[in-house]
Ligand binder design. Structure first.
Ligand code: GLP
Length: 244
């Protein structure tokens, strides 16, 4: 596990964007796994800027989102599809057919699960997964209590997570109650993980990843066994780490 701690959020965003960009320069046909959320938003915005300024080529790359809210359409501005299109995918030269976000309107939602699985397989698996984390240590929509060997599933979104997402949706009651998500097993299959977190509210979850114990109460604690894990955090998210 490698840990990068930045002084402030500006440095955090630019470290994240450089990491993302270096990956496509190193392996032009990279399949990226994509978490959306406030933490990653500026990282993608800066990566899109680097694409423009340095002519970074994404024409051979693919992206696959980690999750989507059930019941939202790609036109809803709070959907993962809308946000990732707006901040990244419409700004780089990636082919639309090489991008995938689970369809939040699939009816029944369970039907989307096999499509999700097949899409990742057809993309050759995930080379680099950009992974956010919830205040309660959730990853994707794998909330506390989710088994470490869970696969793609429809996941209940906890009250705590709905409160954390209230601003985006205009109130906790407007946040969908279910998400379509990669399971923890699928997350762990990524060849490399860049886990990103900023702010004091994420410090306890980061402490659990770095110092343990590994427990399904904090789903993210499992990533510490991943053989190729980089944790990018700002000083506040690092504030509960032991100094040595
Ligand atoms: C959500 C998403 C995750 C995201 C996480 C953190 O619930 N399902 O994919 O990474 O929360 O979001 P934020 O960065 O907005 O704190």
């Amino acid at each position: 596990m490698k840990i990068i701690i930045t002084e402030n959020t500006e440095a955090f965003d630019s470290e994240g964007a450089l990491f993302f960009t270096r990956q496509v320069l190193k392996k032009p046909d990279t399949t990226f796994g994509i978490a959306t959320g406030d933490t990653t938003y500026n990282i993608y915005a800066l990566a899109a800027r680097l694409h423009k300024e340095l002519a970074v080529d994404y024409s051979h790359s693919k992206t696959c989102n980690l999750d989507e809210y059930v019941g939202v359409s790609a036109k809803d501005k709070w959907s993962c599809r809308f946000r990732i299109d707006e901040v990244l995918l419409e700004k780089i030269n990636i082919k639309p057919e090489n991008t995938y976000v689970p369809n939040g309107l699939c009816d029944p939602p369970e039907r989307e699960l096999s499509i999700f699985k097949e899409k990742i397989e057809s993309f050759g698996g995930i080379d680099l997964l950009i992974l956010g984390i919830g205040v309660n240590g959730h990853i994707g929509f794998n909330e506390p209590g989710t088994l470490f060997d869970s696969g793609f599933h429809i996941a209940p979104i906890s009250a705590e997570t709905r409160t954390a997402k209230a601003a985006l949706f205009g109130g906790p009651e407007k946040v969908p109650k279910f998400g379509i998500s990669m399971g923890i097993r699928d997350i762990m299959m990524a060849r490399e993980i860049l886990l990103v977190a900023k702010g004091r509210s994420k410090a306890e979850a980061i402490r659990s990843i770095v110092h343990g114990p590994m427990t399904t109460d904090v789903p993210a604690s499992v990533v510490r066994v991943h053989p190729n894990l980089v944790i990018l955090i700002d000083k506040d998210a690092a504030s509960l780490l032991q100094k040595n």
